[in-house]
Design a protein around this ligand. Structure first.
Ligand code: ADP
Ligand code: MG
Length: 238
């Protein structure tokens, strides 16, 4: 697992500044929840950490190593998207062992890893199915399974539950919490859901317009939001 250090990170698309200098250090094993209005730069920040976009200024370090110029695969970070991003033509098993096969993991080890992850997520009976035959909740479990099979250094979650109905969201929230307790993996989790933020986070990071507004444990942001924006987003309705 890993520490992630985000140091003065800026991102500009064309002539539009999206991130204006983000500073954030995430401890080994910490679960950080990132909140903020649509368009404030949350997904962009995750994509920079994963290496899916280039940083304009600043640095990202994983376990002290500067990764600005490292390819996504070399960063060893798993990302789980709202849209699942499963390969439609592959079975659940192939979706889950894809990253292992890319890394030339021996077949036997790959199968054990897939079966272990599938068992944890309750999808062991779905391994030969195609994604289109699965429900939304099952697909999201496959996406999570794909992320945990290779025990990456860190997990990035971009609103993974927002396509699911309320009951399933609650159940999956519990499973993510349990998964984190089991694996102790450094995680950054973007959500619009206040309950998810309050129950999952070691610390909440509130962002607005490309800047971090406040960082702290859930209770602290809830009880002592430092500005109206944070208060409106997660503060107690005083
Ligand atoms: P959030 O996830 O917080 O809703 P995003 O990080 O997706 O916000 O987007 C932040 C801003 O960056 C938005 O204004 C969006 O339009 C812009 N943006 C994101 N990706 C690109 C891109 N590839 N090219 C140009 N603009 C982008
Ligand atoms: Mg987003």
């Amino acid at each position: 697992m890993a520490t992630i250090d985000i140091d003065g990170v800026r991102k500009r698309f064309g002539n539009v500044d999206v991130l204006h200098g983000v500073d954030l250090t995430i401890a080994d094993g910490e679960f950080v929840v990132l909140v903020g209005p649509s368009g404030c730069g949350k997904s962009t920040l995750l994509r920079l950490i994963a290496g899916l976009e280039d940083i304009s200024r600043g640095a990202i370090r994983i376990d002290g190593e500067r990764v600005n110029d490292l390819a996504p695969r070399a960063r060893d970070i798993a990302m789980v998207f709202q849209s699942y991003a499963l390969y439609p033509h592959m079975s659940v098993e192939r979706n889950m062992d894809y990253s292992l096969r890319l890394r030339k993991t021996p077949a036997e080890r790959a199968r054990e890893a897939v079966e272990g992850a599938a068992g944890k997520l309750g999808i062991d009976r779905l391994l030969q199915r195609k994604p289109r035959t699965l429900s939304g909740g099952q697909r999201q479990r496959v996406a999570m399974g794909r992320a945990i099979v290779r025990t990456p250094k860190a997990f990035l979650f971009d609103e993974p539950l927002s396509n699911l109905d309320a009951r399933l969201r609650e159940q999956m929230r519990g499973e993510i919490k349990k998964m984190h307790q089991d694996l102790g993996a450094t995680s950054i989790y973007v959500t619009h859901d206040q309950i998810e933020a309050m129950t999952l986070a070691d610390r909440i990071v509130a962002m607005n317009e490309g800047l971090v507004q406040q960082i702290g444990p859930p209770r602290e942001l809830y009880e002592h939001p430092t500005n109206l924006f944070v208060a409106g987003f997660i503060g107690s309705p005083a």
